[in-house]
Design a binder for this molecule. Structure first.
Ligand code: BES
Ligand code: MN
Ligand code: MN
Length: 458
């Protein structure tokens, strides 16, 4: 029976791709209010796709972007699952670095003959969430049912640190209850090795605006006498790290577990052949001294400056002392580091460095803690077996430096463990120009979910 479902997936690949392309054409950028209508459209599209395969599905409005919830509970003895994905995407800028329109998806055949799907959201997360929905579609088409009871929850604020999800989970606890959560928003170890992700970093986002003079000034007439907020900002941001790459915020490392020696050695070994830095034209790990790339990204917290704005940045040159300078800063957290405490410590750190005549304002952009999956979770072994069967390569358990706040909320609000399975690749360029998802990720991703569902039902 599983073989029939897999055959159906193969036969339907073209139609699955047509559906993916339809979703990719909707510019559902959640952080920009100008695209709120497109987010609604994407939510409606997803609800309709679920309804088409027999889910009782609806768009559920929130104060922010809408949720989509669908249920299909065929009589079955297996564990019930709650599948999560996000239909929102990141902004496309810098648009000039895209080879083609980010919302005009296309297939590109590379020199080695492999095919990729290029579009904003192809890998993060529209292609990935559809791998699950298409697997359900094939099951329903072939067997008339799903092998386990399934609830699908799709959100539209994941990329903008939205606030709507925790209250939505709390208000719909009963309806969203399940035995295990499934999340398809992570990656494989490499093109041939499937993976289950067992740890994520948390993230705290902060925007700071430093103001000095009441207006922009001529830097000759005022330079030397007037305070320059660009200089103030640069000093503060530079102060965030010491010369060994450690973050200098007082108490920042409280709750950061020491990486066990065995783990450090294994990560160091794996880092030797890792393509993360070479793949983007770098060679020297720039984080905390003495730690491997994998430890730096999977096991350690960071402070990163994501954006700096201040003064004249247009074409040519202008001699000016700006009135304001601002930065967007994020912290990645691990272990039991407390997001609220990190935010407060950062604000105090900044305030202590604001000179007379200057002021600072803060705006917060989301907070979540680090997360570790319980490796004894029995569903994990089933997931690994299913992945290993599809890819013909032993599935590995990996960490990730990225953040998926919902996974922690599933645990704290719904009491649910999550199985994180995804088919993204390190070079998919998510959040960047020319984002892509490999055709094999999409095709074998669908097949993998069919196997996972069948395995869970065993
Ligand atoms: N899917 C990513 C996170 C991810 C990518 C995890 C690859 C593991 C492997 C997610 O959409 C994302 O980008 N998260 C943001 C969260 C932030 C906006 C609150 C992140 O990590 O920056
Ligand atoms: Mn994502
Ligand atoms: Mn993302």
């Amino acid at each position: 029976m599983l073989d029939d479902v897999l055959a159906r997936i193969d036969a339907d690949l073209e139609a699955s791709l047509d559906r993916l392309f339809a979703l990719l054409r909707i510019p559902s950028i959640s952080t920009d209010p100008a695209f709120a209508g497109a987010c609604d459209e994407a939510a409606s599209w997803c609800a309709a796709a679920l309804a088409e395969i027999g889910f009782a599905a609806a768009v559920r409005p929130t104060a922010g972007r809408a949720m989509v919830v669908g249920h299909r509970t065929d009589p079955s003895a297996g564990p019930s699952v709650l599948f999560y994905g996000h239909y929102d995407v990141q902004p496309v800028d810098p648009i000039e670095l895209w080879d083609t329109d980010p919302f005009a998806p296309r297939i590109v055949t590379r020199d080695d003959g492999s095919k990729i799907i290029v579009a904003r959201g192809a890998a993060d997360d529209k292609g990935q969430l559809l791998t699950f929905i298409e697997a359900c579609r094939a099951f329903v088409a072939v067997t008339g049912r799903l092998p386990v009871p399934v609830t699908v929850l799709l959100e539209g604020e994941e990329e903008s640190g939205g606030e709507s999800l925790p209250p939505f989970l709390a208000a719909n606890r009963e309806e969203l209850s399940a035995d295990v959560a499934l999340v398809c928003d992570t990656g494989m170890w490499n093109r041939t090795t499937p993976a289950i992700t067992a740890s994520l970093r948390g993230v705290v986002g902060e925007e700071i605006v430093i103001s000095a003079a009441s207006k922009d000034l001529h830097s000759g007439l005022y330079g030397g006498a007037a305070r320059n907020p660009n200089h103030v900002l640069a000093r503060i941001l530079a102060d965030l790290h010491d010369e060994t790459g450690r973050v200098t915020l007082p108490g920042f490392y409280e709750g950061v577990p020491d990486t066990p020696e065995e783990q450090r050695a294994q990560w160091a070994e794996l880092s030797r052949n890792d393509d993360l830095l070479p793949g983007v034209g770098l060679s020297i790990p720039a984080g905390e001294a003495g730690r491997s790339v994998l430890e730096q990204t999977w096991g350690r917290p960071t402070a990163e400056v994501n954006g700096m704005i201040g003064g004249y940045t247009g074409a040519g040159f202008k001699t000016v002392i700006p009135a304001k300078a601002s930065a967007k800063v994020s912290f990645r957290l691990v272990g039991t580091q407390d997001p609220d405490k990190v935010r407060e410590t950062f604000r105090a750190f900044v305030r202590a460095r604001i000179p007379a005549d200057c002021s600072v304002a803060f705006e917060e952009h989301g907070a979540s803690g680090g997360f570790r999956v319980d490796l004894a979770n029995p569903h994990l072994a089933r997931g690994r077996a299913a992945l290993t069967a599809e890819w013909n390569t032993e599935a590995v358990v990996i960490g990730s430096g990225g953040s998926i706040p919902v996974v922690g909320q599933f645990k704290s609000i719904l009491g649910l463990d999550t199985l994180m399975i995804g088919f993204g690749l390190p070079d998919d360029q998510i959040h960047s120009p020319n984002e892509k998802y490999e055709l094999t990720s999409f095709h074998k991703g669908i097949r993998s979910w069919a196997r996972v569902l069948a395995e869970l039902a065993e």
